[in-house]
Structures are given as C-alpha cells and as structure tokens.
Design a protein around this ligand. Structure first.
Ligand code: NAD
Length: 370
C-alpha cells in the first residue's frame, strides 16, 4: 500500500491551505498562525490561504457544521488549518448539527486515519508540568494514534437483553491487516524523521486484535532496519509515561489506547495551549489543529495562547509539504519568544512578560523574520 510521509519537498507551484477558524478562540488563534505562515513567504514559500466557515460558524452560515463549500475547499486544498469548534450557543442543537460533528465528518470525508500528537515541553516551561521538572524538561515525544478503526467503529455493536433478562451493551474491537500496516508505516517513517525509536503499544497478552497488531508491526519493521522497535502493553505504557516519559520517541497505537495515552501525554507538558496536532491521510494531506477546544470562557478577550496553533502550522510544513527547515524555523521562533519571557495568561509565571494573543503572534513573527 502506497502510504508514506513525503520524502521530497512539495513540488506543486502553490501550497493551497484551507483555513477553517471555527468558533470561540478559533478565529483569534488561527489569525496568529496565518500571520506566521505569511511571514514565511519571505523564504519563497508560495501560500494560498482560503478561509471557510466551519463548526458553529458553518451552522450559522449554512445550517451545517461542515457546509458543502467548506468540504469542497478542504478537498481541493493540500492542507487544512483548523482552529477549534463548539460553544454553549450550539449545545442544544440536534447531534448531527453540532459543531463537533463537523470535525468527525471532515476526518472521515478526507480519510484522515493517522493522528500525530507531539508532547513537547519547552525547557522554559518545565515548571508548568505536574511532574518534576527534571522528568519532563526537554520532553519531545510523538504519539501516533490510528483514528478511523478499532472499537469505536467495529461492528457489531449495540444493546441487547441476555437469556437472564439482563441488559447488555457490546462493541467490537476490530483491525484489519491493511489498517494496521498503514499506521505502522507512518509510525516507522515518523521515527525515521526523529530519533529512530518506535514503541508499539497494544494488549497482546489478552486481545486477539493486539496479537494481529503486533505480528503486522513486526512484519513492517523488516523494511525499517534503522528503527529500533519495541512493544509495550498499554497498562505499562500509561505507567511509563508518568514514570519516565523521556524514554519514548514515537509511540504508535490503536484508536482507543491512543485516545487515552495522547491525553495523558499532553498533560505532561502542563499547558493545553501549547499542543499541536496533525491528522494525515494516505498521501500526506493533513488537517492541522491545536489539541485544545474552542475555550468559550476566554473567547474574544485576546488572552488565548496561539502557540499550539502556530506549532500546528509548523507541523503542516513538516508533514504535508516536507519543509523541515521551515518547520524548525517556526519551532525555534516559539522557543525564542518563550526564552525572551513572553507569556500568555495560561503559561504566565511571575517576572515574565504577560502578553495577549495578537502580541504573542507578533513576537513569533518577529522571531521568524530574524
Ligand atoms: P477547551 O480545551 O476548549 O478548554 C479547557 C480549558 O482550557 C478552558 O479553561 C480554556 O479556557 C483553556 N484553554 C483551552 N485552550 C486554550 C488556549 N489556547 N489558551 C489558553 N487557555 C486555553 O475544552 P472544553 O472547555 O472542554 O470545551 C469547550 C468547547 O470546545 C466545547 O464545545 C467542546 O466540544 C469543544 N472542543 C472542540 C475541540 C475541537 O475543535 N477539536 C476539541 C475539544 C473540545
């Protein structure tokens, strides 16, 4: 199966990016990432950024969280940059019209099966973690979660009454070999771009699905002799993530285990406002968004942290466009502004320079240009 993280720079003449700002703090934080991407134009990057309503904003404009024109734009784009969706205004809507359905549907429509969530802790923020600074300072791990299979989608599922007249609920954990193979490929390729260590997490001691998972991952490993592969049971992985998280480089796992482990790993870094994410299809098209939600409690106040979204834009340059240097330049700029003491409210500590959303964006733009 032809699944691979691109190994040559983007060759299209113009990088087309659909910009779906969404709701709540979405428009504020996405505006900062757009500013930073625009600053990269000086490197000769040719970017075409096209906005479209999505989530609650999509419902307001077209009565649908993923309006047809928005989906069309996303399909035609090379990559999609998202803010976040949702808010109290939409909470009473029927399930299919709720903003969060827009996210689920766009992932499905675009075939985005690989969710990459780095847990990266800039040394400057080591004090923000709930773990001891020495355990997490400089932490840089990547959790790769399969996004379209597993017990969340397996059939049959449902409710029934058993022979004793008791109600039962049941779901099916299911992975096919091609599904495992394609996510494993992404895991090995991501490891090749990093420190060449891949840990596959499963529950092979009790689950048939996991036995197949492990067999297939081992088979894929034959094509990647330079990557050190290890296997870990999910319960142990959950423990190791808080005991010694820096032992990991890339973790690859299924949908449910990844759901839990990626949230656990994100909290190692202490601030949700710092965490980017990417969801990729089989051809490296990706949807890039911060790991957090639309934060309605702080929307419109120019206090949200835009760094997760800016770092998501860096992931876009790395994974969809294979512009590693440009991605690193944005990441280095973020590190620099943190070292200079710039802090939004969520990561503020005494004696730092407290700034708003747009000032933080300006500071990153200035650092990118230096
Ligand atoms: P949330 O992530 O929006 O907010 C949780 C807390 O973190 C809040 O106190 C918020 O102020 C803070 N926070 C989040 N992002 C921040 C940032 N960039 N800077 C500073 N502080 C930040 O989660 P929630 O409150 O559970 O959900 C709010 C809405 O977001 C809901 O409608 C939910 O469905 C939606 N949501 C959307 C996505 C998505 O778009 N992918 C993901 C999760 C939640």
């Amino acid at each position: 199966m032809a699944v691979q993280l691109v190994n040559s720079p983007f060759t299209g003449s113009i990088m087309k990016i659909a910009v779906l700002a969404g709701d709540g703090i979405g428009p504020e934080i996405v505006a900062q990432a757009v500013k930073v991407l625009a600053a990269m134009k000086h490197d000769g990057l040719k970017l075409e950024l096209e906005p479209a309503p999505f989530g609650g904003a999509g419902y307001d404009a077209h009565g649908d969280p993923l309006p047809e024109p928005t989906l069309k734009l996303a399909r035609q784009a090379d990559a999609v940059l998202c803010g976040a969706v949702g808010g109290p205004k939409y909470d009473a809507l029927p399930r299919l019209q709720r903003p969060e359905q827009g996210i689920l549907r766009i992932r499905k429509e675009l075939g985005l099966f690989a969710n990459l969530r780095p847990a990266l802790l800039f040394e400057e923020l080591a004090g923000a973690s709930s773990l001891k600074p020495e355990l997490v300072a400089g932490l840089d791990i990547l959790i790769l979660r399969e996004l379209t299979g597993d017990i969340y989608f397996g059939e049959p599922r449902g409710r029934r009454t058993n022979s004793r007249g008791e109600r039962e609920g049941y779901d099916t954990m299911l992975y096919s070999e091609p599904e495992i193979r394609r996510i494993a490929e992404i895991g090995f390729q991501a490891a090749m771009k990093r420190n060449r260590k891949l840990c596959s997490v499963d529950k092979e001691n009790v689950l048939e699905t996991s036995r197949l998972w492990r067999e297939v991952v081992k088979d894929v490993a034959k094509n990647y002799p330079h990557v050190e592969l290890s296997h870990m049971y999910v319960d142990n992985a959950a423990m190791q993530l808080v005991r010694n998280p820096k032992q990991f480089d890339v973790i690859v796992t299924g949908n449910m285990f990844g759901d839990i482990l990626s949230d656990e790993a994100s909290m190692l870094t202490g601030s949700i406002g710092m965490l980017p994410s990417a969801s990729l299809d089989a051809g490296n098209k990706g949807l890039y968004e911060p790991a957090h939600g639309s934060a309605p409690d702080i929307a419109g106040k120019n206090i949200a942290n835009p760094l997760a979204t800016i770092l998501s834009a860096a992931m876009m340059l790395r994974y969809t466009f294979n512009l590693e240097e440009a991605a690193q330049r944005i990441e280095a700029a973020v590190k620099k502004v943190l070292a200079q003491g710039y802090r939004t409210a969520d990561i503020y500590a005494t004696e730092m320079r407290r700034v708003g959303t747009s000032e933080m964006g300006d500071a990153v733009v200035a650092a990118v240009r230096q």
